[in-house]
Ligand binder design. Structure first.
Ligand SMILES: [Zn+2]
Length: 411
């Protein structure tokens, strides 16, 4: 898609020339959604890449097998790629727990690598900020790697180095409950560390030295504030929302978002319905789904028949206790609020595909062009839209690359 880079260069030219409002509108007509470099900061698809029978090169139905990303729809929705997540569920903070989690994380990494090998014509690994445009120029999709939940590192932050070597360029410290590094925003037992633990601070210093983006989505506000203060590079939230619009612990309030922006950070907006607004779902739905996923965690799917039985059980829960989804407009409200509060240089997209994201009107990536259209109608310039779709994320990646270079220069 060399046209994409041409269109981007044209856009940059317009911007550099300090064009008039009229010219801006002309330029905006020239850049279609397809021609933006579109990256999502948090793709949970590796969770299902090794599901028996799952094929990323064929088209799936998000309402039938719950898969929200595949190659045909990446093309249709203009999604160029993003950060593909090595997610590990939180377990016990014990030597055995750490060991099992580490094996799990390496397995998830190998699942991403297998996709890169099996579909080398369509996907390419990316590790530097410059890689994204170069890969897209070859007509391929961009695969950065990130970690969601650093729990597998155990008590040794130097274990992060091997993940860096494997191509990981982003590390999220914590998930739904507190771990050895940080307090979670959603731990039912409340605070354990009052933010970051001493080991969590070491982990941030190690990520800074290695050249990895630090992702504080899921972290408690205290941990986020401390990470903003401590990190030498801007913090990102790879999939979060605005607490001003909906007071949920997973969302972040205005004061902290302004601190994030002041330090150069970026919040990527997610589309997980329960974080966007109050939902009216049958209270029995959540325990039913939790039980099913617990079962899945304990007995990973080994055959296509088992995978089909799992999906059938999930569909049965949906039928019995129908989901209540937030809407496309709810997602846009969070984007607009973050934009109005922090400015276009501090917002991005991390819709939590295959990790719980999806709302009415945006159940998979085929709806992404609607976001571009809505932002344009709301008066955002092409420059702002390009920043949201990838410019801000890549700016932070460039800064962590510089941080690595600096730390390697030191004696
Ligand atoms: Zn998450």
């Amino acid at each position: 898609m060399p046209f994409k880079s041409l269109a981007l260069s044209l856009a940059i030219l317009f911007i550099l020339q300090g064009c008039s409002q009229e010219n801006k509108q002309e330029a905006s007509l020239q850049i279609s959604h397809e021609d933006f470099l579109v990256l999502d900061a948090h793709l949970d698809t590796p969770i299902i890449l090794d599901r028996p029978g799952f094929d990323i090169s064929s088209r799936h139905d998000p309402m039938h097998d719950y898969a929200q990303i595949d190659l045909p729809r990446m093309r249709e929705g203009g999604l160029d790629g993003g950060f593909w997540v090595i997610y590990t569920p939180q377990g016990d903070l014990t030597p055995q727990g750490y060991e099992d989690a580490l094996a799990h994380a390496w397995h998830r990494n190998s699942v991403i690598d297998k996709m890169l090998i099996d579909h080398a014509d369509n996907f390419m690994p990316a590790t530097t900020a410059d890689d994204a445009a170069a890969i897209v120029a070859q007509g391929k999709h961009v695969v950065y790697k990130s970690i969601e939940n650093a729990y597998p590192l155990g008590l040794d932050v130097m274990r992060l180095d091997a993940f860096y070597e494997a191509g990981v360029r982003m590390v999220g410290l914590v998930h739904m409950t507190n771990n050895q590094f940080a307090d979670s925003s959603t731990d039912p037992d409340g605070l354990k560390w009052n933010g970051l633990s001493p080991l969590g601070k070491d982990l941030i210093r190690r990520a800074n030295a290695l050249g990895m983006i630090i992702d504080m989505s899921h972290a408690h506000d205290l941990a986020l504030a401390q990470a903003i203060d401590l990190s030498t590079t801007p913090i990102i939230l790879s999939h979060s929302g605005a607490g001003h619009l909906y007071e949920h612990p997973r969302n972040v309030g205005d004061a902290l978002l302004l601190d994030l922006a002041a330090s150069g950070g970026v919040m990527h907006i997610n589309s997980l319905s329960a974080y966007l607004k109050d939902l009216e779902t049958d209270p029995a739905r959540r325990p039913a789904l939790s039980a099913l996923f617990k079962q899945l965690q304990e007995n990973p799917l080994k055959t296509e028949a088992e995978a089909e039985a799992f999906l059938e059980a999930r569909r049965a829960i949906d039928k019995k206790y129908p989901p209540d989804f937030a809407t496309f407009d709810d997602v846009m409200r969070h984007i607009y609020h973050a934009h109005a509060l922090m400015g276009a240089a501090h917002i991005g997209i991390g819709l939590d595909w295959d990790g719980g994201g999806g709302v009415d009107g945006l159940q998979d990536i085929t709806g992404l062009p609607k976001i571009t259209q809505a932002m344009r109608e709301a008066g955002l310039s092409d420059e702002d839209i390009a920043a949201l779709w990838s410019g801000n994320l890549l700016r932070v990646l460039r800064l962590v690359e510089a941080s690595r270079a600096l730390s390697h220069e030191m004696p």
